[in-house]
Design a protein around this ligand. Structure first.
Ligand code: SF4
Length: 316
C-alpha cells in the first residue's frame, strides 16, 4: 500500500496548495474578506456571548476603521500576493463571522462584487450549519455552477455535550442537515473542527473525524484550541480552570485523524494561528511551523499518511 499518487506532492497528506495546482495548474490564493457580517451566536438570535473561544472582534481590518468595500479588499489582497511568485488566480474567502447571515439578495450583491474582480475564480464562504437556509443554498449553488465554490461549515465537534459546553448554539443534527442539503451538487463542503475542546477525550475527537470520513465532505480545517484574552475560555485558562492540550497530544491526535480521513479530502489547515496580540496559550501553538513539522515527523515515524486507515475505519 502506498500513498495516493494523484496528490502529486511530497507530503503525507493532500494539502490545499497541491489541490489547487492539480485542479487549476497554477497557484491559487484565498483572499480573506470581512464583509461586515455579524453572528447569530453573538447578537442574541441564537445565543449571546458567542462560542467560549471566540474573541468577537472581527478582522483586523474592521478594528482599524470603516471597512473597505469587498472589491477594495479583493484588490488589496491581490496586490499583496502579486508581489509573490506565481500568484495567478484567487478565491474570495468570506471569512469573518457568519458569511451567510443576511437575506439572499444582500448576499448576492456581496458575492457578485468579489467575483467581478479580475482573476477571481470562485468563493469560499465560512458559516454556521444553522445559517444556511434553502434559499441561501440555492444562491450558493447557482455560483458553483459557474465558479469554484466552497462552503465552509463550522462543526468543531460532533458531540452535542461538547457543543453545549462551548456555547456553540448549534447541534450536530443541524450540521448533518446542512451537509445533506448542500451536498450532491457542485458546492464543495469544507468542515472546520477543533482538537482539544474542554472535556473531550481522544476517542471522542476521533469519533468526530470518523463521521466526517463517511460524509460527502471534500475538505477539512483542523484547528488547535487557543485561549485568547477577552474570551470566556481565556478567563478560565488564566484562572487555571482548564488545561489545554500538549503539543504531543495534539500532533498524535491530528495524525490519527488524518489516517482515517479519505485520501481525496483536501486538508486546508492543520493548526490555528494568528491572534498574536491576545494569545494566551498553549505556548506551543504560537509556532505554527513547528507544529506542522511535528505532524510530518509523526506521520513519517508511523510510516503513515492520510487515508491509510480510511477503509478499515469505515468498516469498524
Ligand atoms: S459561530 Fe463563529 S463568529 Fe459566531 S460566536 Fe462562534 S466562533 Fe464566533
Amino acid at each position: 500500500m502506498v500513498k495516493p499518487p494523484f496528490w502529486n506532492n511530497t507530503k503525507r497528506y493532500y494539502d490545499l496548495k497541491s489541490y489547487w495546482i492539480n485542479r487549476f495548474g497554477c497557484r491559487v490564493h484565498k483572499l480573506p474578506i470581512d464583509a461586515g457580517f455579524t453572528c447569530p451566536n453573538r447578537d442574541g438570535t441564537v445565543a449571546v456571548g458567542g462560542c467560549i473561544y471566540c474573541d468577537g472582534r472581527g478582522s483586523a481590518l474592521r478594528r482599524a476603521g470603516p471597512l473597505p468595500s469587498v472589491g477594495d479588499q479583493v484588490r488589496r489582497g491581490q496586490a499583496f500576493y502579486r508581489g509573490r511568485p506565481k500568484a495567478e488566480k484567487f478565491i474570495a474567502y468570506f471569512q469573518t463571522f457568519t458569511n451567510t447571515y443576511a437575506p439572499a439578495e444582500k448576499l448576492r450583491t456581496l458575492y457578485d462584487e468579489a467575483l467581478a474582480e479580475k482573476d477571481v475564480i470562485g468563493l469560499s464562504i465560512g458559516t454556521r450549519p444553522d445559517c444556511v437556509p434553502d434559499e441561501t443554498l440555492a444562491l450558493i449553488r447557482s455560483y458553483a455552477e459557474r465558479y469554484h465554490v466552497w462552503l465552509e461549515l463550522g462543526l468543531q465537534s460532533i458531540h452535542d455535550r461538547t457543543l453545549r459546553a462551548i456555547n456553540r448554539g448549534c447541534d450536530a443534527a443541524a450540521f448533518r442537515d446542512a451537509v445533506r442539503r448542500a451536498s450532491g451538487g457542485p458546492v464543495l463542503i469544507c468542515v472546520h473542527i477543533i482538537v482539544g475542546l474542554p472535556g473531550e477525550t481522544r476517542e471522542e475527537i476521533i469519533a468526530t473525524a470518523r463521521e466526517l470520513a463517511a460524509l460527502p465532505v471534500q475538505g477539512i480545517k483542523i484547528h488547535s484550541l487557543l485561549a485568547l484574552e477577552g474570551t470566556a475560555l481565556g478567563g478560565r485558562f488564566k484562572r487555571g480552570e482548564v488545561t489545554l492540550m500538549t503539543r504531543e497530544a495534539y500532533v498524535g491526535t491530528v495524525c490519527d485523524i488524518l489516517e482515517i480521513l479519505p485520501p481525496g479530502m483536501v486538508i486546508q489547515r492543520l493548526t490555528a494561528d494568528g491572534y498574536r496580540d491576545i494569545f494566551l496559550g498553549p505556548a506551543w501553538a504560537g509556532n505554527k511551523l513547528a507544529v506542522l513539522n511535528a505532524i510530518d515527523r509523526e506521520l513519517a515515524a508511523r510510516d503513515s499518511w492520510q487515508g491509510r486507515k480510511h477503509a478499515s475505519a469505515l468498516a469498524s
